[in-house]
Ligand binder design. Structure first.
Ligand SMILES: [Zn+2]
Ligand SMILES: [Zn+2]
Length: 329
């Protein structure tokens, strides 16, 4: 499924196209795609809410598939291995950020399904050094949402500083939040979930949220940390309002509507607002290990790959509980 021109998800921006089978170069491998998760970033790309890096482009950066061709010098995998492909496709390994262990901020990073073709396809190319073994206890479709929703959510959780037994607020309850909730509970946090959709509230309660309400509501206790998943700037202010002194509000999204002007008192008291950008390979490895240990149960809605447009539109309108996943038939 190829994006040739960005437009609203309801207008069917992705087209089925026959494209030549990709061949892995040195250090790379080709992965036969079984499933690919649908991410909010994909929605932002198809709708032109992020700058276009490549057109036409095949989206998709939560791939679970099987290695079917290994390039010269690609280490750690062999043909037939089940493999995960994520958003971070490659880094230069040499810029100032890579050298200070912040490869998520690499000046020359390439991203799957954005700078290079991704997994809304039959096959995808990945550098072996940026591919992951999937824990055995996950099916293909249940593993797919871990690869971005899980990894970015996990990095957000770390950067929020939510300590053991802390009170953590989650604003928005889609694919990422439903995974973070389970990991944070496992770590001993108490979860406060802010979401409007009735189905999302129900899922949050089922997964063990201590309290569920609307972003405008005051929770019964001040929050020690919060993660904002909803791409809506005004919610940052709601999260600050609910946070205690010294609390951190982490913003998980790749883009967001403008954050409104606010009174200094809202952030005074050493409250911190910080964004979360991409992930490191270490984040991904830690998340996969932790997800198997918890074990995280992902809620997925399956779509045939040919119905990728419908999956994107359903996500846009909060009609998916948990995560949307595309399957190759
Ligand atoms: Zn770099
Ligand atoms: Zn993503």
């Amino acid at each position: 499924m190829v994006l040739e021109r960005p437009r609203p998800a309801e207008e069917g921006p992705l087209q089925a196209r026959d494209i030549p089978e990709p061949t892995p170069g040195p250090g790379e491998m080709r992965v036969r795609v079984r499933v690919c998760g649908v991410c909010h970033t994909d929605l932002h790309i198809v709708q032109g809410e992020l700058p276009i890096h490549k057109l036409p482009v095949v989206l998709g950066h939560q791939v679970v598939g099987v290695v079917d061709a290994v390039g010269v010098g690609a280490k750690g995998f062999k043909e037939g291995d089940r493999t995960g492909v994520i958003w971070l496709h490659s880094t230069d390994g040499s810029c100032e950020y890579c050298r200070r262990n912040a490869e998520n901020l690499c000046l020359n990073a390439k991203f799957t399904g954005y700078d290079v073709d991704g997994g809304y396809a039959e096959a995808v190319i990945v550098p072996a050094a940026f591919a992951y073994h999937i824990p055995k206890n996950f099916s293909d479709e249940n593993a797919a949402p871990l690869l971005c929703a899980g990894v970015i959510g996990y990095r957000s959780l770390k950067l929020s500083g939510a300590a053991k037994s802390g009170r953590l607020g989650l604003y928005g309850f889609g694919a990422s939040a439903h995974i973070v909730l389970q990991i944070a509970r496992h770590m001993g946090c108490e979860l406060y979930v802010f979401t409007r959709a009735a189905a999302h509230r129900e899922l949050a309660t089922k997964l063990g949220a201590a309290w569920v309400g609307d972003a405008k509501e005051s929770p019964p206790h001040e929050l020690d940390a919060a993660i904002v998943f909803a791409p809506a700037g005004p919610i940052v202010l709601d999260a600050l309002r609910a946070s205690r002194k010294g609390g951190t509000v982490a913003l998980a999204g790749i883009t967001m509507t403008p954050i409104p002007e606010m009174d200094y008192s809202l952030i005074y008291g050493e409250r911190i607002v910080r964004s979360v950008a991409n992930s490191t390979r270490q984040d991904a490895r830690e998340l996969l290990e932790l997800a198997a240990e918890v074990p995280v149960r992902t809620e997925v809605t399956l779509y045939p790959l040919a119905e990728a447009n419908r999956a994107l539109a359903d996500m846009k309108h909060s009609r998916i509980e948990g995560a949307g996943v595309l399957r190759n038939s």
